[in-house]
Ligand binder design. Structure first.
Ligand SMILES: [Zn+2]
Ligand SMILES: [Zn+2]
Length: 117
């Protein structure tokens, strides 16, 4: 590998890095924030909140239940003029809690502390 100069290697490295950054900018961003969290001693997944918000009900614990038995998002609800009787039903995904315990650190701060090893 003596025919490749150090500057060429560096250039190749930077080029590859830029290429990766271009294609995977969001992932890089997530990676950086995750590494920042870990460097701060925080949980990578939840940032030491010990919980993760439910994606279905957005942490509310309730979802809008329409007369058709499925969830209608807000835009469609507005489109319909809000005339339909909407009722909030318990989110089945998180069982109305609105969040899940973080799988990464739930052992430390779970609901059932007595069950810790
Ligand atoms: Zn966590
Ligand atoms: Zn939920």
């Amino acid at each position: 590998m003596e025919n490749i100069t150090a500057s060429e290697v560096a250039g190749l490295g930077v080029g590859t890095l830029l290429l990766c950054a271009t294609f995977a900018a969001p992932k890089v961003d997530a990676f950086i924030s995750a590494s920042q969290r870990s460097s701060l001693g925080l949980c990578k997944k939840c940032g030491n909140l010990k919980m993760i918000a439910c994606s279905k009900c957005k942490g509310v614990g309730l979802v809008k239940g329409g007369p058709f038995g499925f969830n209608i998002d807000d835009d469609l609800y507005q489109l319909l003029g809000g005339g339909l009787k909407m009722q909030s039903i318990e989110c089945t995904k998180c069982r109305a809690k609105g969040h899940f315990r973080c799988p990464d650190c739930s052992e430390i701060a779970g609901d059932d502390l007595s069950r810790t090893m």
